[in-house]
Design a protein around this ligand. Structure first.
Ligand SMILES: Cc1cc2nc3c(=O)[nH]c(=O)nc-3n(C[C@H](O)[C@H](O)[C@H](O)COP(=O)(O)OP(=O)(O)OC[C@H]3O[C@@H](n4cnc5c(N)ncnc54)[C@H](O)[C@@H]3O)c2cc1C
Length: 322
């Protein structure tokens, strides 16, 4: 995947693609746009194995962007990027806790500075961390003195992971993570101290758009909607996308998973017993019916995204009428 440029492509268009040879020269990294990104995302789902799909570097897709955008040292950033893009090291995003899912601000994992100001000491837990079981780096949300911050934490003494059994596959490496007096150099801070929410939110739109693309099951209306949004993404810089497209992307993901609910239910009914069997004719339907809820919860649950979509519309288009 590294040699074909697939690891690079999972992060979407950007500077990290410059000079990268994609699929043996089929596309130049510089020319890669959001339509290529959509194709990559939708092709990756064709294995029809939802757990494997997330195991296949989903953690990297939602966490490496934070390092690329917010690392405070260029040399250090390039070292991490090289290790991860070569496939040598694995990275994941560790924000959610048993105490805080939708409400990110409620996290309890703490990072306290040492007296000499050179390190943070991290204590706490994280839950449901995709790829965590086999990751080397954890982009971790922590509570610092006056707010939320994000640290890149290397697997080391005091950082333990254990597997959580979910209704898809252990291939996803879903983990419970414990930090017990983990020592982290202050240079590993991403963005500014106490301004971590910006770092966490920065990747949400791409993640949600990508998840909508992956769950759309042969549904013309949703596919047309995502292509419309994708076209707008190709014309807007990232910051402008956040203003104009965060709401529509949220509503698209919500509607895609509501559609998935209907489609999974109907498909099982039509296929009968075959759709309740993990092998044979109905295997794909069985897998989809068992796992479409992952997309309805992860990366922003449906209610949260519906709320976001309506709030954004009221804020940015106050004069429009339904
Ligand atoms: C398999 C799996 C993999 C995951 N991978 C990662 C990962 O890699 N990294 C990571 O950091 N996290 C990860 N998560 C966590 C995921 O992002 C959260 O599960 C998700 O944000 C929802 O949080 P929650 O499960 O605590 O549910 P809750 O936030 O408790 O929500 C429960 C229900 O209440 C609703 N609700 C909550 N607040 C409101 C509100 N204000 N208004 C209306 N309704 C509301 C929700 O929509 C939902 O229906 C993963 C989760 C799972 C299950």
């Amino acid at each position: 995947m590294s040699k074909k440029g697939i690891l690079h492509m999972r992060l979407g268009p950007g500077k990290h693609m410059h000079g990268v040879d994609l699929m043996d020269g089929a596309v130049k990294g510089e020319d890669f746009d959001y339509f290529h990104d959509l194709i990559v995302g939708q092709e990756m789902t064709r294995a029809n194995a939802r757990g494997f799909q997330d195991g296949n570097m989903a953690g990297m897709t939602i966490s490496l962007t934070a390092v690329l955008q917010f690392a405070n040292d260029e040399e250090w950033k390039n070292k991490i990027a090289k290790e991860v893009f070569s496939g040598e090291k694995k990275i994941c995003l560790a924000i959610t806790e048993a105490f805080a899912g939708s409400d990110v601000a409620g996290i309890r994992t703490t990072a306290e500075k040492t007296a000499d100001g050179k390190h943070y000491i991290v204590n706490g837990t994280k839950k449901w961390i995709t790829n965590g079981v086999f990751c080397d780096y954890f982009v971790t949300g922590v509570k610092t003195e006056k707010g939320l911050s994000v640290l890149l934490i290397k697997r080391q003494e005091g950082l333990e992971t254990s597997a959580i059994k979910t209704s898809y596959s252990p291939a996803a490496g879903t983990a419970y993570v414990t930090f017990d007096n983990v020592k982290v150099p202050v240079e590993n801070l991403l963005g500014k101290e106490n301004k971590g929410l910006q770092v966490i939110l920065s990747n949400f739109n791409h993640e949600r758009w990508m998840m909508a693309g992956a769950v759309i099951p042969h549904c013309e209306a949703n596919q047309a909607w995502i292509e419309n949004i994708t076209y707008q993404m190709t014309l807007m810089p990232y910051a402008q996308q956040a203003t104009h497209l965060a709401g529509p992307i949220g509503l698209l993901k919500m509607f895609s998973t509501r559609s998935a609910h209907e489609i999974a239910d109907e498909a099982v009914q039509v296929f009968g017993g075959r759709a309740l069997t993990r092998t044979g004719m109905g295997a794909t339907i069985e897998m989809f019916h068992r796992t479409y809820k992952f997309d309805a919860i992860l990366g922003g649950a449906e209610e949260i995204l519906g709320d976001l979509g309506v709030r954004q519309a009221m804020k940015n288009m106050p004069k429009s009428m339904l």
